[in-house]
Structures are given as C-alpha cells and as structure tokens.
Design a protein around this ligand. Sequence first.
Ligand code: MF3
Ligand code: CO
Length: 251
Amino acid sequence: MAVTIKSAREIALMREAGRLLGIVHEELGRAIRPGMSTKDIDRLGEKLIRSFGCTPNFLHYQGYPASICVSVNEEVVHGIPREDHILKEGDIVSLDAGLIYKGYHSDAARTHRVGKVSPEAEKLIAVTKQSFFEGIKKARAGNHLYDISNAIDAYVTSYGYGIVRALVGHGIGTKLHEEPQIPNFAQRRKGVRLQPGMTLAIEPMINMGTAEVVWLDDDWTVVTEDGAYSAHYENTVLITDGEPEILTLPL
Ligand code: MF3
Ligand code: CO
C-alpha cells in the first residue's frame, strides 16, 4: 500500500476527527492533578470520546486494554492505565489518545506537568513540543518526508536529548497506522515526496538521557532504559498546497 491521498470529502472528515480529539486533549489537560489515578484519566478520555459519538481507536487495538495511553515519567509511551497508579506532584504524564469519526482516525499526544515540576522536566516537555513544530516547518508539498525527520533530529540533538528510534510516526486515515513510517531521527534517504491530501501523525518521543528503550512485562509499556524522564508530543497533520494544517489542535 502506498501513501493515501485524501479527497476533499475525506479531508473534511479527518478535520472533524481531529477537531474533536483536540477538545478531548484540552479537557484531559484541564483535569490533570495530583491524587488522580491513570485509570481516572482513561475513564474521562473514553467518556469524552464517546460523548462526541466517536469510538476510541486504541481500545483493543492489537489487544491494548484501554482508550488512552497514560505514560508517567520514565514511561515513554503505551502506559496502561491503572487504578493503583496515582499521579503525584512533580510527575510528568504523557497522554496519547485517538478516535474514529465516521470511519476516519485521528491521533494526538500531549505531555502535561502534574503540579509543579523540576526545571529539567519543564524544559524536556517544551523542547519535545517545539521539535514537532520544527518538523512541520518542512511538512510542505514538494519537500520530502525525511526533511521532517531531519528537522526534528537537528533541533532535539542540539539539546543533547535522546530521540527514541524504536517507535515512529505514521500515516493515518481509514486506519490508525498507514504508510509511511515517520522516524524522528535523521535519515540518509529522502523519503516520499509530500503531496497535498496526505495526512500524517508526527510524534516525537524524546528522552532526557539515553535514546534506548525497553518494554515492561505487560508487553506494552515502553520505558527508558536508564530510567530518565521521557516526553511525547503528537498531532495529526494535513499536507496542503501551502502551510501544513494541524488537525488535532482545538479551533
Ligand atoms: N499514538 C500511538 C501510535 O501511533 C497510539 C497507538 S497506542 C495503541 O502508535 F494502544 F493503540 F497501540
Ligand atoms: Co500515533
């Protein structure tokens, strides 16, 4: 399967899928506080998604048991929500969420502070978010896919952080994961030429220390090998004739 180009009708549906997910993230971000469990976040996220008449696309995806991936501190991604995992002041928590609206998927992630966090954690969150925006400066028709990867790498590497290589971004549309894969680290090849109508989930996962990650025994939770904190920031993005359109920010 090649990279899909969405029609005007499909783009309208992707926009709505993205807009609603942007609202879900905004609400989840507002709800975060010390004392809540990671399962509380999942419950709220699923409720919000269903309140829009949408379906959580992560739930049961390859056996994943929840609607929202909740990854705390050294957890990179795919943390499984638990009643007995309680957020505490100083934690950083990455929320990855997605939904299906009329057959079209959206996917986005944010890393939040729990109360007041260390300046180091603050900086990691900010650089991870900005690396996405550095990447999408290159997300223009006529450029190549790996221009995005290279831009993310150059920015993040200048801070000395580790860029996760074991997991990458992806195309998105009628499936959560479509071609192409989108690495967040520098590539020697150019990758596909970007065209209007491509929809891409760009999602840098950035570690304060080593780039190396390991999987916990639950076979989902990805953690940093050295136990240092990790942050994640993702949006679903539409390639256009001009500026890229970020579909998963609330309008
Ligand atoms: N943003 C994640 C990804 O693109 C969401 C998948 S999590 C899963 O892989 F639980 F659904 F697997
Ligand atoms: Co994704």
